[in-house]
Design a protein around this ligand. Structure first.
Ligand code: ZN
Length: 223
């Protein structure tokens, strides 16, 4: 399970106030889909634009890969391009499924008019894997660093997370911290946060890495 804010708010409401919005943009609840659509902009991190770019790349790679297998009518790419799952502007729910490694049925149904299912999976699985790795590196890892920095700014320490229940003497959802977001953090301190967070939380990060890799592997076992 990804330690996104809405999950933490359900698990540990004494640490993570249910009122808190996405710590990066402070405009929406931070659920799994928001991770890919957050409009927060830094030179190093713009999840929304990165997500769109990676969806478009995945889509174009699919067209190139399928076109290399046999001669296809021009109507193939025309129709492929307008499939609902590539609609990253809204984004469509099938686009978000794809982002979570789930192949939308309409995508495979469309391709089955041209290729057998085994070929479809053989072509699309490595491309989907590449797509996931790009999202992981460009959004998820950066997100982890920012999230740890934000937790620190809220007075949520590693030890307070381990202590658990609201009966412990752990902090501290104070009105002082309420609604503060990373957008208010000066750039230079953000950068120093990154370097210190990476070192200090290396163990946490490795744990998350492993979980992600397992998810991807399980996905391919499923085929
Ligand atoms: Zn956001």
């Amino acid at each position: 399970m990804l330690p996104i804010l809405t999950t933490l708010q359900q698990r540990k409401p004494h640490l993570y106030s249910p009122d808190w919005l996405c710590p990066q943009c402070n405009t929406a609840p931070e659920d799994i889909n928001h991770l890919w659509t957050c409009p927060y902009i830094l030179p190093e991190l713009n999840p929304c634009m990165t997500h769109r770019k990676e969806i478009a790349k995945f889509r174009d790679d699919c067209i190139a890969a399928f076109s290399s297998l046999k001669t296809l009518p021009t109507s193939f790419s025309d129709a492929f391009l307008v499939l609902d799952c590539w609609n990253y502007e809204s984004p469509s729910s099938s686009c978000l499924w794809l982002t979570r490694e789930l192949l939308p049925a309409h995508l495979t149904t469309f391709l089955k008019d041209y290729f057998p299912l085994s070929v479809i999976y053989k072509v699309i699985s490595p491309l989907l894997n590449d797509f996931q790795l790009e999202l992981y590196g460009e959004i998820w890892l950066c997100y982890n660093v920012l999230f740890h920095a934000w937790e620190e700014s809220q007075g949520i320490s590693a030890s307070s997370k381990i202590k658990g229940g609201p009966s412990s003497n752990s902090p501290i959802v104070s009105s002082h911290h309420h609604n503060s977001s990373l957008a208010s953090v000066p750039q230079d301190s953000w950068i120093s946060w990154i370097s210190s967070s990476i070192i200090r939380d290396q163990e946490d990060e490795l744990g998350s890495d492993q979980e992600e890799v397992n998810n991807i592997e399980n996905h391919y076992d499923y085929y």
